[in-house]
Each structure stands twice: as C-alpha cells, then as structure tokens.
Design a protein around this ligand. Structure first.
Ligand code: MN
Length: 344
C-alpha cells in the first residue's frame, strides 16, 4: 500500500436546472470543492465537499483556505491505515463537508490499491439502490407538474419540500396525490414549521387518505422536544435531518426518543461519523435514510457507495446530481433512471 504525497483542492460551480427552493433558501448554483489525494505510487483518489451554510455554517472559501493544512495533516500517512486518517480528520469540526471529501478521497485511493470498489471496502452489503427525486417549493401548478413528471419518469418515491406556507403545502399534497397515486412520499419541512403546525399539516394530509412514508425535520434543528412532540402526535414516521449532524447528535436523539428515522448525509457527518450513526441507529431499532446537499456526480458517488456498502437505508434521497447541469457524469456507478447500480 502507499502513502499520501499531496492533496489538491479545486472549486467548481454547477448551475441548477431550475432554482431550488426550500424553506428559507433558493439556490441557483452549487459551489463545491473537489479534493484530490495523490499517493507516492501515482494513484489518485477523489472526493467532493458540498458545503452548506444553512446547515453547517460552511462557505466554499473556508474549505479552500484549508488546502495547505489538509496537506500538512495527511502527507505521509498510508491510505491502508484509513482509521488513522479518520481520527485526524475527525477534528475538522467546522468543515464537515471537507471531512467527508477527504475521508472519501482516501477510500477512493485505497480501493484502487486494493483492486476493489469503495462499497466493497465498506462492507459490500448490496449492489443496487433506488433514489427518490425532489419537488421544490413553487406555485401549486408547478409543484404538481414537477411531481407528475418525476412520477411518470419512473421514480417510485417523490420527495416534497414544504415548510413556508402551511395552507399552500396542504393543498399541494392534495393535488400532487391526485397525479401520483401509488407513489411513496417523503415530506421535508426543512425546519419550517412550529410543532403545532407540523401536527396540523400531518393530520390534514392523513384525513385526506394520503400516506407519508417519512416526515422529515418538521421543526427547528435545536428543538428536540418539538421533534418528539411531532413524533408522538402524527400518524407518520418522523425523521431528523438538520438535528442529526454528528454521532453525538444522534446519540441524544435516541436517548430522547425524538425520532423514528435519521437522515444521514456525508456532508454533515463525514464517512467516519456516518459509520457510527448507522450502528447507533440500528442498535436502537430505528430506521435510516441517506440524503445529500448540492453534490455533483463526484460527490453523490460517495453516498451511493456508502449506501451500497452498508445496505442500511430504507430510503435514498440522492438526487442533487440529477438537478445540476454537469458536462459529464463522473460517478463510479451506473445511473439507470431512479436506480443506481454497482459497476462490479
Ligand atoms: Mn432534509
């Protein structure tokens, strides 16, 4: 096996096919940082950081400023000793997306050394997953048209963003249901509701005969009591996303019985905490989904391999690369409609 010789960062901006509107944020572009890890024997491993200011307080410039520090931190460590690299990069608390990209780039390099795919290094549990696709906040007509298009394209699970206007959101659920009967719904409020509004929303939807597979992050990230209140007062499973960044967050959510699901994102947790969170959540007999920020196919590849390797997820919400304009697909997996399939 081989030691790390150099690390290089490069900033890349991707335009969304359509401005992506969620509670409190409209994005036209995603600015990501590619991390290239170079080994002494010439092997190169790739990762991608997709920093989220809204969730993690990160900006791309913060990541770029750490390039020489990352090089200093990791040069000379053998990629086969990747737990050592996890320990060192676990200290990147202010830049979790960089932690993810660096850790993954190391695994990507090691996988080439070992003649395996990253998902095999991570456990090789499954070779196929299926992603949902997301309907952003928009006019009622556009939300319905987008949902119809997604459903007709063969996506079995539709993710619906809500949280800015309770009445419009309920109306959107009624109308989307009419054009996508048989679909599963993940509804994500991105912290937009009060606990009472979240209960009101869920009850109205339930009374219309609509099932929600996962009701994601209804209330503010620090409102753990609010999450628990929603969990025990709505007929649907409730998930933590913004409330669940590190393994320590998830330990608390479990102790407080606040949720049914945890949405793991490598950009919040890195690979190292994501591994811990899988084990914590399974130990508590709760469920997992995996999501993304604004990753291109390079960054989505990381979560796809994590999902293949662990086989831990009831739902995969890995669609950012399907929403961004990219010159060419760079994932080390096969995208076939909603399906993602291992190359070998
Ligand atoms: Mn979410």
């Amino acid at each position: 096996m081989s030691k790390i010789k150099d690390i290089q960062f490069s900033m890349k901006t991707y335009e969304y096919e359509k401005p992506f509107h969620i509670t409190g944020s409209i994005a036209s572009y995603a600015t990501n940082i590619e991390v290239k890890v170079m080994l002494e024997n010439g092997v190169e491993g790739y990762g991608e950081a997709s920093p989220s200011f809204r969730v993690n307080g990160e900006k791309p410039e913060m990541i770029m400023a750490l390039e020489s520090f990352a090089k200093e931190m990791l040069t000379g460590i053998d990629v086969a000793e990747y737990r050592k690299i996890f320990q060192v990069t676990d200290k990147l608390l202010a830049t979790p997306s960089l932690k993810a990209a660096t850790q993954y780039a190391v695994l990507d390099a090691l996988s080439q050394e070992a003649g395996l795919e990253v998902y095999q290094l991570l456990g090789g549990a499954t070779k196929q997953i299926e992603t949902d696709k997301t309907v952003g906040i928009d006019t009622l007509e556009n939300r319905v048209a987008d949902a119809k298009k997604i459903f007709e394209a063969g996506f079995k699970t539709i993710k619906i963003k809500v949280g800015e206007d309770l009445k419009e959101d309920i109306q959107a659920m009624y109308e989307i249901y009419k054009v996508s009967k048989g679909a599963k719904y993940i509804v994500d409020a991105n912290m937009g509701y009060t606990p009472k509004q979240a209960v009101e929303f869920a009850n109205q939807v339930y009374q219309a005969g609509i099932d929600i597979a996962v009701f994601e992050q209804p209330v503010y990230m620090s409102d753990i009591d609010g999450l628990r209140f929603v969990r025990f007062n709505v007929p649907f499973p409730v998930a933590a996303d913004e409330s669940a960044k590190t393994k320590f967050d998830v330990l608390r959510l479990i102790k407080e019985e606040a949720v049914d699901y945890v949405n793991i994102k490598l950009m919040k947790s890195g690979v190292s905490d994501a591994i811990s969170i899988v084990e914590l959540v399974k130990s508590a007999n709760m469920k997992l989904m995996i999501g993304c920020m604004g990753e291109s196919s390079v960054g989505i590849n990381q979560s796809v391999h994590f999902a293949f390797g662990t086989g831990a997820f009831d739902f995969c919400d890995l669609d950012s690369h399907l929403m961004l304009k990219e010159e060419r697909f760079r994932g080390k997996f096969i995208q076939d409609g909603s399906k993602m399939i291992a190359r070998k």
